[in-house]
Structure formats: C-alpha cells, structure tokens
Design a protein around this ligand. Sequence first.
Ligand SMILES: NC(=O)C1=CN([C@@H]2O[C@H](COP(=O)(O)OP(=O)(O)OC[C@H]3O[C@@H](n4cnc5c(N)ncnc54)[C@H](OP(=O)(O)O)[C@@H]3O)[C@@H](O)[C@H]2O)C=CC1
Ligand SMILES: O=C(O)[C@@H]1CCC=N1
Length: 266
Amino acid sequence: MRNLAMIGGGQMGRALASGMIAAKVLPADQITVVDTDPRSVAWWQEHQPQVRAVGSLEDVDGAQVDAWILAVKPHLIAPVAEQLKPIAQGKLVVSIAAGVSLQQLGDYLGHERVVRVMPNTPCLVGAGASGFCVASDVSAEDCQWIEKALGAVGVVVQVQEFQIDAVTGLSGSGPAYICMVIESLADGGVKAGLPRPLAMQLAAQTVMGTAKMVQETGKHPGELKDAVASPGGTTIEAISVLEAGGLRSAMIEAVVASANRSKQLG
Ligand SMILES: NC(=O)C1=CN([C@@H]2O[C@H](COP(=O)(O)OP(=O)(O)OC[C@H]3O[C@@H](n4cnc5c(N)ncnc54)[C@H](OP(=O)(O)O)[C@@H]3O)[C@@H](O)[C@H]2O)C=CC1
Ligand SMILES: O=C(O)[C@@H]1CCC=N1
C-alpha cells in the first residue's frame, strides 16, 4: 500500500490517521485528507503538517490513491461514495461509518472491494479496538493490510457483518461509557475529599490498570472483583450501592441501545 486518502478528517479520522502515522504503518506524506470543514483542514496543517489536507475531492488525483477511507457521518456516505465512484473503481474502499452496510457501500460505489470497519477513538493512542468485515472482492492481501493497519493502533478482529452493530454498541461507542465511568469515579473522589486533579489521575489509572489485569491474567472479572472485596469491608458496601443502582443492567442496555441505533442508521 503506497497512498491512502481519507475523506473526513474529524474525530475518528484523526484518531486513525494519527495512530497509523505514530505506528509507522504509512509515512504521513503518503496520506491525503479531504475535509470540507476549513477548521478541520487547519487542524491537519497545524498538527500533522506532512499529511496533505485539502478541502475538496477535486484536489486529489485519484489515480495516485491505492486505498480510500470514508470517515464522514453515516448520512453523508451515499453522496460521498457516489462522488468517489468514477475515481475509485477497483480500489480498496474502507468505510468506518456506523450502520452503513457492505451492500449499500457496494451499490453506491459500483464495486465490491469494500471493507466495513468499526474502530474506536483509543486508536489515537495505539490502544484501539476495531472489528471489520469484508465484501466479496476483498482479497487476502487487502485483509492482511487492514489487519496490519488497524493492528498497529490496537486490537483488530474480523467478524461477520451481522455482528458489526454489536461491535459498535460495545467497543465503537464504549470509550464514551468508560469516560463517564472515569468522570464519575473522579466526582466520587472529590465528594470524598480529594482534589480534582488527583481524583482524575487515580480514576483513570484504576480503569487502565484493571483492564490490563483482566487482559494479562486471563481471569474472569468476577474473580478479580471478589479478590478486592474483603468480608465486611469497604468494597462490598460500594458493590451493594452499585447493584442497587442497576449498574450492570444499565451497561447492558446501553450497549444494546447503541447497537440498535447502528442498525437504524443503515
Ligand atoms: N467518533 C467516534 O468515536 C467514531 C466514529 N465512527 C464513525 O466515523 C465517522 C466519522 O465520525 P466522526 O469522526 O466522529 O465525525 P466528525 O464530524 O468529527 O468528522 C467528519 C468530518 O468530515 C467532514 N465532512 C463532511 N462532509 C464531508 C465531505 N463531503 N467530504 C469531506 N469531508 C466532509 C466534516 O465536516 P463538517 O463538520 O463541516 O460536517 C467533519 O470535519 C462516522 O460515520 C461515525 O459513525 C466510528 C467509530 C467511532
Ligand atoms: O456515536 C456514533 O454514532 C459513532 C459510532 C460509534 C462511535 N461513535
């Protein structure tokens, strides 16, 4: 893969491209970003000056592009893909839009070398979680490139298309839920008397360390939770409050609500 062009250089486009540049998947000067928002183009020029950032697809020589990433909002995929159709024939096209199916992408683009990816924002720091599925004309080499590119910025799994909405509900939207957990843990620390910066530091580290422990020990989270809760101690008091507040069912229903919304967006 030599040249990559990304249409839409907002939150997720920045996380993906900046993560790939940091991980040396592609040098910055082989990436072009097209974004119709001049403030976004200015962001790229300031923060990733070696990436070519332009305001219109007309400023890109499509013949020089080997792969396209569509990183605009889901309702803009149809017009953008139709604009791309004449210049991306036979080229690998990757969409990260929630809800937009491989069938829709193939219909808009007029070919089947298309990949649907659901990444998440921690790709920015090399700790993303992405799921992807592919249409019929995607080659084994294309899949290897996708795994290399997304694998460089986190964990990547290939899934069946019917599972992508669930991936969206869990890991695609998940960073927002975890940020709410971190923010509310910090609020609790402040309520209990800690200064805000210290509370935030402890909250983020607790989430990061616990996730690392789940991954590295391979132990069930229930077992790790039990190891924290001493009989008659502090933790079981807190667990009792969380159970009464419906933490588990709220998380489960949040994931399902996001997955259902992903289905609707298509
Ligand atoms: N944010 C996230 O955590 C995740 C997002 N996604 C998916 O990524 C996609 C992008 O989301 P996100 O990055 O949050 O969105 P953003 O709005 O942050 O970024 C999209 C950018 O594309 C610009 N844009 C709009 N129309 C065009 C066009 N025709 N050509 C080029 N650029 C255009 C937008 O400008 P303007 O603002 O002026 O419209 C904006 O700057 C969505 O489809 C979403 O479902 C997937 C996983 C996670
Ligand atoms: O909220 C959204 O629609 C996008 C998709 C997954 C994360 N953000």
